[in-house]
Design a protein around this ligand. Structure first.
Ligand code: GLY
Ligand code: MN
Ligand code: MN
Length: 434
């Protein structure tokens, strides 16, 4: 499953159309990063650079001009290095395989920038990229110093970040297909974990089941660090130590998603280690599930982004009152944010190349309206700290989250992570299978 070269070309064209006349975009990917001594982390391209180029190697730059024409600046071909580290596309490969109009080796970057920016009025780049900021500023200074020799420095600098973010927010068909594939690999991984858990296992042994399914399905990396949290570890929202034993009677919260073609999936399920929810576990689980369903009803074209969170918060607060964890008037409890002792995160986020993907949540100070092609997570939860003495002991240490990935469509929400049990009876039935 691969995004076509023409799609990247079309994205570059659209980007240039949203900039004023006589603009150039400069963007770069990341560098290899050292883990220790001479060992490096596996490289993963910068998301926006990848979105516009599809180029997978480190240390590359793209200079994009009107019509989406692109100069790719890449690591040079180097037979000796390639013998040790593997294939590089080099400049010829960059043109043949990525639709670059022209391409050159990295040592030509400064000259290429100089000629691209000479006489260009507007330079767009990512303002939050300090290296790029410095490169563009140096180049501007050099052009300005050569004014008497006829060089013309740019006069206007534009942050390409929010423009690219708006493009990335609406997913095209190819992206949706990859995201559904990443989601379905993740569904299989969660099923495998639910079926193989046994009290007495270590959390990392369960994590291994997830990684096994990810890898054998072609998703070499998770989209973020796997969370495998048993018992009260589930109350630590980003628990990634995953090194404790799983006890009989624990709930286990797994938040894990595969990355495929640089696109993220993001799923959470919570299930009992011994295959059967206890009464208090089932009671709070049902509240979170009801909040999930209440939120899902608001994931429709034209609804304000904040509506699904507000619906989930109302249902969670009502449930907390019903079960005696909070007391008082639901409206007042929501207004005073009393639920935040038990629910301290939002009910979702944009999802795409980044797990917490780009795109504004508000437009002109107002919650933005949902549109076709947006993908977001829905992830209500409840977390009762083990030392919360304001609630009955039976609730303490219970942490629950249910999370799916949803595509907004005219005909209603489409759950990309479909097919994974979340009703209590369905989870218990899945876990009873060998
Ligand atoms: N896995 C991170 C999140 O759910 O936002
Ligand atoms: Mn999430
Ligand atoms: Mn998650």
């Amino acid at each position: 499953m691969k995004i076509e070269t023409q799609t990247y070309q079309a994205r570059r064209e659209r980007l240039m159309q949203s900039l004023p006349e006589n603009s150039v975009v400069v963007i770069r990917t990341g560098e290899l990063s050292t883990r220790n001594n001479d060992c490096e982390y596996e490289f993963r391209p910068h998301s926006s650079f990848f979105y516009l180029t599809g180029f997978p190697e480190p240390s590359a730059y793209a200079i994009i001009r009107a019509g989406g024409e692109m100069t790719l600046v890449t690591l040079p071909k180097d037979p000796e290095k390639e013998q040790w580290e593997g294939f590089r596309f080099g400049s010829e490969g960059a043109m043949q395989s990525f639709g670059a109009t022209d391409a050159l080796d990295l040592d030509g970057l400064d000259d290429a920038l100089f000629s691209a920016l000479d006489g260009t009025t507007n330079v767009a780049y990512l303002f939050d990229d300090g290296v790029l900021r410095e490169k563009v500023a140096d180049c501007r200074d050099k052009l300005s110093a050569r004014a008497r020799a006829g060089a013309v420095a740019p006069t206007s600098f534009i942050d390409a970040g929010p423009i690219i973010a708006e493009m990335r927010l609406i997913k095209d068909k190819e992206e949706i297909a990859i995201m559904e594939a990443a989601a379905q690999i993740s569904v299989e991984a969660h099923k495998q974990a639910m079926k193989s858990v046994r009290p007495g296992m270590m959390e990392y042994q369960l994590e291994a089941e997830l990684n096994y399914v990810f890898m054998k399905s072609g998703a070499r990396q998770p989209a973020y660090n796997n969370i495998v949290a048993s018992g009260s570890n589930a109350c630590v929202l980003h628990y990634i130590k995953n090194d404790e034993p799983i006890e009989d009677g624990d709930l286990i919260l797994i938040d894990a998603g595969a990355e495929l073609g640089c696109y993220a999936a993001d799923i959470t399920r919570t299930f009992p280690a011994n295959g059967k929810f206890s009464e208090p576990q089932a009671a709070l689980y049902q509240v979170v599930l009801d909040a999930y369903h209440a939120g899902m009803k608001k994931l429709v074209v034209g609804a304000p982004y904040e509506a699904f969170h507000n619906a989930a918060v109302r249902t969670l607060t009502e449930g907390l009152v019903t079960h005696g964890l909070l007391s008082g008037d639901v409206d007042l409890l929501i207004e005073s944010k009393a639920y935040r002792d038990f629910y301290m995160h939002n009910t979702g986020h944009w999802l795409g190349l980044d797990v917490h993907d780009c795109g504004a949540y508000k437009v002109a100070g107002e919650s933005r309206l949902l549109e076709e092609g947006m993908v977001l997570t829905i992830e209500p939860g409840l977390y009762v700290s083990a030392d919360n003495e304001s609630v009955d002991e039976k609730w303490r240490g219970i942490g629950i989250r249910i999370e799916d990935d949803v595509l907004i469509r005219a005909e209603g929400p489409y759950v990309l992570t479909h097919g994974l049990a979340k009703e209590i009876a369905d989870i218990e039935a899945l876990m009873a299978q060998d």
